[in-house]
Design a protein around this ligand. Structure first.
Ligand code: GUN
Length: 298
């Protein structure tokens, strides 16, 4: 068995961002429209700060307007809702992202429900998850599952029909929308989770295995069918040598790459694709709000 192809999410995401930048350039010159993304960060969570900084930087790099709202962790739920309502009616804002997790005293479901569905570039609003679940083309699709799908479509040259896909994890952010997207692509989809009986055996049946559980290196080589395509959504920080830490995925990469046909690394796989898809969703949202066709990015 030859070693797996390493799917380079960093290089692929650069191509997606370049395409978005061309679209933005065309919207600016032909429609006098500059898409705007508002990012709301509550509190001082260090991982969230890094993610938000990166989102802001990439938004500006592709020519869009970035609006940043940083609030202290003691902001009340009502104050945060009021901020979201103001962004809903702000014409400069085409996309709204409230970084999760939120402090314990704020109900994330309430905040997500307050976002105007047409500005919900995370695709978390029940209107958008409902549209995706019913196979509608109108859904805003959550960025991480969309990034995974783009990499799979690239690998399989656009056709996933009939593939047996197993999604490990049932979160609203990744697992559930990933299941819906793969089903829409004509895969036979199984979602497995902490209460699944014989999870290894289910995984071994997969032509496409998506790991999105947040458990470092949980997926072992003998869980993977030889030649399967493995997409690792996990980002976990673990102890390394000499008191240092390092990032690993939900997949035991070094062992699984000896068995899989293709695999995404961590870092440099799904992560960069998530941001690229956020930018693509923002352009899509801006075009819909202004009732203009999405320009080509070629
Ligand atoms: N926290 C971790 N991932 C995400 C994401 O995709 N969107 C938001 N809003 N928060 C997150």
């Amino acid at each position: 068995m030859t070693e797996a192809k390493i799917i380079d999410g960093k290089a692929f995401s650069k191509k997606v961002r370049e395409r978005v930048a061309k679209q933005v350039e065309r919207l600016k010159s032909y429609e006098k429209l500059t898409p705007g993304l508002a990012v709301v960060l509550v509190g001082e969570d260090s991982a969230s700060q890094v993610y938000v900084r990166n989102k802001v930087k990439k938004t500006e790099e592709c020519g869009m307007k970035s609006l940043e709202y940083h609030r202290d962790s003691d902001i009340s739920e009502q104050e945060l809702l009021t901020l979201v309502y103001s962004l809903n009616v702000n014409p400069e804002v085409n996309g709204i992202l409230v970084q999760l997790p939120l402090p314990k005293h704020i109900n994330p479901d309430k905040v997500i429900a307050a976002i105007a569905p047409e500005k919900d570039v995370d695709g978390f609003h029940v209107i958008n998850s409902g549209l995706l679940a019913t196979g509608s083309e109108d859904a805003m699709i959550p960025c991480t599952p969309l990034g995974c799908l783009l990499m799979l479509q690239d690998h399989f040259e656009g056709d996933l029909t009939g593939k047996r896909a197993v999604v490990v994890g049932r979160s609203n952010i990744v697992g559930k929308p990933m299941n819906a997207l793969l089903l829409k692509e004509n895969c036979t989809v199984t979602t497995v989770h902490s209460k699944t009986v014989d999870i290894e055996e289910e995984c071994r049946r997969a032509d496409i295995l998506i790991a999105a559980v947040g458990k470092p290196q949980m997926i072992k080589a003998d869980w993977v069918k030889p030649g399967a395509v493995v997409i690792d959504v996990g980002i976990n920080r673990i102890e390394a040598e000499e008191g240092k830490t390092r990032l690993v995925g939900d997949v035991d990469f070094d062992a699984v790459k000896e068995v899989a046909g293709a695999i995404t690394p961590v870092p440099g796989g799904v992560g960069p694709m998530t941001i690229a898809c956020l930018l693509a969703n923002t352009v899509k949202a801006a075009c819909r709000q202004h009732k203009v066709d999405e320009p080509s990015g070629d």
